[in-house]
Design a protein around this ligand. Structure first.
Ligand SMILES: *Cc1c(COP(=O)(O)O)cnc(C)c1O
Length: 388
């Protein structure tokens, strides 16, 4: 492993196999994967429907370029549009690339209406990816450190503050879009007030801006609706997704609606691998399974239950500042840094995550059984109770 660039620090656990909600290490120990590969494996590991689709497609046609029609790509785009109310899809290989497509689209939208130097509004504490443009959009100084000069054309505002967005409209003439997460994931499972997205929709309409939602983490059923904006009954102009879309096969998507769907023309954008037959078959199998097995409703129910349980079991612990989330995207914020909990959780056969320094982040798979959910509550509760 010493020939790998040191981007992920020292890794002390070696996972070699997974099935359902569990993964196994090279010593034969098993764990409940309560982060689903960071919001990727909503269907758990080795889901038979995904495995079947991948094996079938691998033996039929792995890849052809986007110079040709790719039937599974068209089918997945149809399915995504049907579920989202969006009109058109561009496929990428990752979340950052889906956001790159959205950023390019917003700029081209601006230029088309005579804005030479378009600005996209982005939020504090946001996370949009690690490429230069998406890193520039990201609201995390530490992640940006050492990479100057960053890409220009972003103005940063506080999250969950529609007044700040209104004020920006008065201050800058060349704003063309707002890029925002419906719930901030990496930023610490920050859930905005109920009507935040509705307010942003209204401001964007008033100013002729695109509302662009980064649903890379919140999408694909994670919050208990296919996309999180569906809780608000609004339609964005652009929505990006990735993570859960392929249950582990790299695929991302940038969806657009109305005039935003007509901005890219031949030559505007492209990708060698994006939307290839294998990745799209995975995406189709994931969508079919989510809907056929009622897993999005399960994510909503299980999420409510977990939230209630933690509120009950942790209510007398003064270390716990807040318990929040939607669907199976849950955060437990402590009054102190708690990165050490990640290693401690392993001794209880749990894989969890800590984000924003002091927030336990849980992103379990939707197929988590009731017994596993109980194990998760007991384990995490005791870990936090015993934590110094
Ligand atoms: C993970 C994530 C990204 C980046 O996706 P990659 O596939 O790692 O490039 C962007 N935005 C949000 C909200 C994310 O959670």
């Amino acid at each position: 492993m010493d020939k790998l660039m040191n981007t992920y620090g020292t890794r002390t656990l070696t996972l070699v196999r997974g099935e359902g909600s569990r993964v196994w290490d090279d010593q034969g120990n098993s764990y409940i994967d309560a982060i689903s590969g960071i919001a990727v494996c909503g269907l758990g590991h080795s889901h038979p429907a995904v495995t079947r689709a991948l094996c079938d497609q691998a033996g039929t046609l792995l890849h052809v370029s986007n110079l040709y029609n790719i039937p599974p790509q068209g089918q997945l785009a149809d399915r995504l549009c049907e579920q989202s109310g969006m009109d058109k899809v561009f496929f990428s290989n990752s979340g950052a690339e889906a956001n790159e497509a959205a950023i390019k689209l917003a700029r081209k939208y601006g230029h088309a209406k005579g804005v030479d130097s378009p600005i996209i509004l982005v939020m504090e504490n946001s996370f949009h990816g690690r490429t230069l443009a998406t890193l520039s959009a990201t609201g995390n100084r530490k992640a940006q450190e050492g990479f100057a000069p960053l890409v220009e054309g972003f103005v940063r505002l506080p999250y969950n503050d529609p007044e700040a967005v209104r004020a920006a409209a008065a201050e800058h003439r060349n704003i063309v879009a707002v890029l925002v997460e419906p719930i901030q994931g990496e930023g610490g499972i920050r859930v905005p007030t109920t009507h935040y997205l509705n307010q942003l929709r209204e401001i964007c309409d008033q100013n002729d801006w695109l509302l662009m939602l980064d649903e890379i983490q919140t999408g694909n059923g994670r919050t208990g609706r296919y996309f999180a904006y569906q809780h608000n009954g609004i339609q964005p102009d652009v929505v990006t997704t990735a993570k859960g879309l392929g249950n582990g096969v790299p695929i991302g998507a940038c969806l657009a609606r109305g005039r935003a769907a007509e901005i890219f023309q031949p030559g505007s954008h492209g990708s060698t691998f994006g939307g290839n037959p294998l990745a799209c078959r995975a995406g189709l199998a994931v969508m079919e399974t989510l809907f056929n097995e009622g897993l999005i409703e399960r994510a909503a129910r299980l999420g409510n239950w977990l939230l209630q349980q933690f509120e009950e079991t942790l209510k007398n612990d003064p270390k716990v500042i807040d318990i929040r989330g939607k669907g199976l995207m849950l955060g437990i914020e402590l009054d102190r840094p708690c990165a050490d909990l990640v290693a401690q959780a392993r001794t209880r056969e749990l894989l969890i995550n800590v984000t924003a320094g002091n927030t336990v982040r849980l992103l379990p798979p939707f197929i988590l059984t009731d017994a596993e959910a109980e194990q998760l509550v007991t384990g995490v509760t005791e870990l936090i109770r015993d934590f110094q």
